[in-house]
Design a protein around this ligand. Structure first.
Ligand code: UGA
Length: 486
């Protein structure tokens, strides 16, 4: 089939590449010329500068100019196309609603071109990126406005997690198609023929609105699991001695009805999707006049979780951050990505700076360039000048009074030894990911250990006095500081 994919970011490029593997003729379009030139080169380094997903560059290199074509001019490929996928970014507005301006520009442009088609064969326009419920209907009315003939609209949300886009596209757990007519369902069945009737893949056909809702409900439920474990399991183990977090998790999730995913406690979930999608769903439900208490609690718990350990360091360990040097280890929102969007580390840094730290010594295995981009501009916050950038964990830890682990990079599992050979107690280790299996040795050697989902463990009886040398009034815990708009 002849396919056009509009928008070649984290959603569009893997989708276009994997479709081309199945022998479809795929034209991937983007307005960004440098991005298209990079993909067109077929060079891994160039491609990964825009979308860094394991295995993706190889598929692009193998199929470019054979099954996969890149273009900045969609005019030439409109004729005889069976399916258009819309993979346009839909960032959040300040009030939690979705910024539809890029999407609207793209569909008006497309409507204009489709109205001038010579060949009037059936064409299906499919929303792939996450868009508010009702967007397929909006797409339909814009096409009518432009006088496009013989078209259908559909919703086919993607459920890929970052770092797993290629595997997830090749072996999805489900394909959800929301369309109005059998004719359009048939076209999409042909497109996804390898997944229809597959023994392991759920192929679901439904209405466009249901398909759009499935995406929002999926993401907000996943975030609910995370907030539940952080807000309930974690809180219990942080307050009551002798509760072992990992055992609690195993015991509870042994029940086949309960998800294991989301059951590890952390300093909050980040990334470009969860926060944005839950805010958008709250906005959509509010707009429909419906209560949103559960979603608001889930969102607020997750946002507070990102800085909660700093409050615990102050109130439980009596650590005063004023004029201290702190190592911040792990900046991306999860391991194996350089993406820092909505990352806990961003909130942690803001919180540390507002509490008067002298320096934040930052390190991440992949996200250093991204970090410089985020924090380089002192006009955004003049305190960003206090952040220094380091090439290794050891270098970031040297000369500090405390460290904060924010991302679950595997290399951090060996940090206990690095800490012992690099800095001397009194020293506070704040672990937002429960990354140190040998924390007991660390505590025995005199270091204080404050993990998420666990009690503070004191290495030295007098460390709280040492921490409070240049004490000042300790601010009260500001419960749920980030309230979403009502
Ligand atoms: C998420 C969803 O998992 C995908 O299903 C969805 O398709 C995607 O958003 C999207 O809407 O595009 P992603 O943002 O790549 O995927 O990240 P996840 O792997 O789900 O992790 C999100 C955050 O939750 C990370 O910060 C991670 O470290 C954290 N997390 C995850 C926890 O804190 N605890 C957990 O148990 C699991």
């Amino acid at each position: 089939m002849k396919i056009v994919v509009i928008g070649t970011g984290y959603v569009g490029l893997p989708h276009a590449a994997v479709l081309s593997e199945y022998g479809h003729e795929v034209h991937a379009y983007d307005i960004d010329e440098t991005r298209i030139a990079a993909y067109q080169s077929g060079e891994a380094g160039n491609i990964e500068r825009y979308v860094n997903e394991p295995g993706l560059a190889d598929i692009v290199a193998e199929n470019v100019n054979r099954y996969l074509f890149f273009t900045t001019d969609v005019t030439g490929v409109v004729e005889e196309t069976d399916v258009f996928f819309l993979c346009i970014n839909t960032p959040p507005n300040r009030d939690g609603s979705t910024d539809m301006s890029y999407y609207l520009n793209a569909i008006h442009h497309l409507g204009n071109l489709l109205a001038q088609r010579h060949n009037k064969q059936r064409v299906v326009l499919v929303n792939k990126s996450t868009v508010p419920i009702g967007t397929a209907r909006l797409l339909e009315s814009v096409m009518r406005e432009h006088g496009v003939e013989n078209f259908g609209v559909a919703s086919n949300p993607e459920f890929l997690a970052q770092g797993n886009a290629v595997e997830g596209s090749r072996r999805p757990d489900r394909i959800v198609i929301g369309a109005d007519t059998l004719e359009d369902m048939e076209i999409l069945r042909r497109l996804y023929s390898q997944f229809v009737n597959h023994v392991r893949i759920r192929y679901l056909e439904t209405t466009p609105e249901t398909a759009e809702a499935i995406k929002y409900v999926s993401n907000t439920l996943l975030l609910t699991y995370i907030s539940f474990w952080n807000g309930v399991g974690g809180r219990l183990a942080e307050a009551i001695p002798n509760i072992r977090m990992e055992d609690l998790k195993v015991g509870v999730t042994a029940d086949a009805r309960i998800s294991t995913w989301g059951s590890y406690v952390s300093n909050g979930a980040g990334g470009s999707c969860f926060g944005k999608d839950i805010q958008s769903l709250i906005y959509q439900l509010n707009h429909a006049g419906r209560p949103t208490d559960l979603l608001r609690a889930v969102y607020n718990i997750n946002e507070y979780q990102k800085i909660y350990l700093i409050d615990r360091a102050i109130h439980e360990a009596h650590f005063n951050f004023n004029q201290k040097k702190v190592a911040l280890l792990g900046l991306s929102f999860k391991k194996r990505t350089n993406d820092m969007r909505d990352s806990a580390a961003l909130r942690v840094a803001e919180s540390l700076l507002s509490r008067g730290v002298a320096t934040i010594q930052a390190y991440d295995p992949l996200a250093m360039d991204e970090a410089r981009r985020n924090w380089f501009n002192p006009e955004k916050n003049y305190l960003y000048e206090r952040i220094t950038y380091h090439d290794s964990a050891v270098e970031a830890i040297e000369g500090t009074d405390a460290l904060y682990i924010s991302t679950d990079w595997e290399e951090f599992r060996g940090l206990a030894r690095t800490i012992r050979t690099t800095v001397k107690p009194p020293y506070l280790v704040i672990d937002g990911r429960r990354m140190l299996p040998d924390f007991e040795n660390l505590v025995a050697a005199g270091y204080d250990y404050l993990p998420v989902g666990g009690l503070l463990m004191r290495g030295r009886s007098n460390s709280s006095e040492a921490y409070s040398e240049n004490d000042q009034a300790i601010p009260a815990i500001d419960e749920l500081p980030q309230q979403v708009p009502a």
